[in-house]
Write a protein that binds this ligand. Structure first.
Ligand code: SAM
Length: 274
């Protein structure tokens, strides 16, 4: 029997909306690709922004929420691609901003970043990546490991939970209650979202990362040579690597404290804080 927390799990990128909106105002994209829309909370904000800015959002998710489908029918500024990244990206076309929050593992994120920043990539893009802090910075998560090639996955488990104090899988800790699997061990090569970002930065040395290590961590990754890079740096760099203590001062205390909990459960299939 699982325990259900009385606290909601803050896991949506919407908690970073101020920073995301600021980056959109600076980059002024005509197209935004969102990978991983889930309930559509961020999709809706992006779509409102796109409506006001004569832009367009393409949301890629194999299972969009019914409310997101309804929004796409109402708004001419949102299109849905009901498919998986990275495979879907070829048909989606170029965008100036990509929100990367789909399958949080090294193999998938590496391919997404290759699409944005590889030799074949078009104009400079901004990647806004979720999960560049614990628990998925150095540990793969797989929504559907059987849908990935065998070399893409580490040994994984759908059971147990993860804790910052343990590299393996624990009885307590954060877990997905069967909704997703994660690598049985944290760390090492080709493991986790931040590892994929760092390897992309090694391949392409003009990439810069501004990382806010809270609420699973958000990263703004961009080429330093982009026309808008200076303004983006000035706007967001003061937040780079801010500690959870500082975020707590802004009222986000519990969002940084999930890993202090010994037990947790999942009421909604996406985990919760106990
Ligand atoms: C953490 S949720 C996204 C949350 C959302 N971005 C927000 O901030 O509110 C991850 C979503 O990614 C979707 N997803 C999983 N694998 C995917 C893939 N390969 N490509 C695109 N989306 C994927 C899942 O269906 C789920 O809806």
């Amino acid at each position: 029997m699982s325990e259900v927390s009385e606290y909601p799990l803050l896991h949506s990128l919407t908690v970073f909306w101020n920073q995301i909106r600021r980056s959109l105002e600076i980059v002024r994209p005509q197209r935004i690709v969102e990978i991983g829309g889930e309930s559509g909370a961020l999709t809706e904000r992006l779509t409102v922004w796109a409506q006001e800015s004569q832009a367009h959002v393409v949301s890629v998710d194999p299972m969009p929420a019914a409310s997101t489908r309804a929004l796409a029918q109402r708004s001419g500024h949102l299109s849905l691609v009901e498919a998986k990244s990275p495979w879907a990206l070829e048909s989606v076309g170029h965008a100036e901003v990509y929100v990367i929050d789909g399958d949080h593992n090294y193999w998938t994120v590496s391919r997404e970043l290759e699409h944005l920043f590889g030799a074949e990539a078009a104009d400079p893009a901004l990647a806004i990546l979720h999960d560049v802090a614990r628990p998925w910075a150095r540990r793969d998560l797989y929504y559907d490991p059987s849908g990935l090639p065998p070399e893409a996955t580490h040994e994984y488990s759908f059971r147990g939970g993860v804790l910052p104090t343990e590299q393996g899988v624990s009885d307590g800790g954060f877990r997905g209650a069967g909704a997703y699997a994660y690598a049985k061990r944290e760390g090492g090569e080709r493991n986790g979202v931040l590892t994929a970002v760092e390897d992309a930065m090694r391949r392409r040395q003009d990439l810069e990362l501004i990382r806010l290590p809270c609420v699973f961590g958000v990263g703004f990754l961009f080429p330093g040579s982009a026309d808008w890079a200076d303004e983006l740096r000035q706007s967001l760099a003061p937040l780079h690597e801010l500690s959870s203590t500082r975020w707590s001062a802004t009222g986000w205390t519990s969002t940084c404290a999930w890993w202090r909990c010994r037990t947790s459960s999942s009421a909604n299939g996406f985990g919760s804080i106990a």
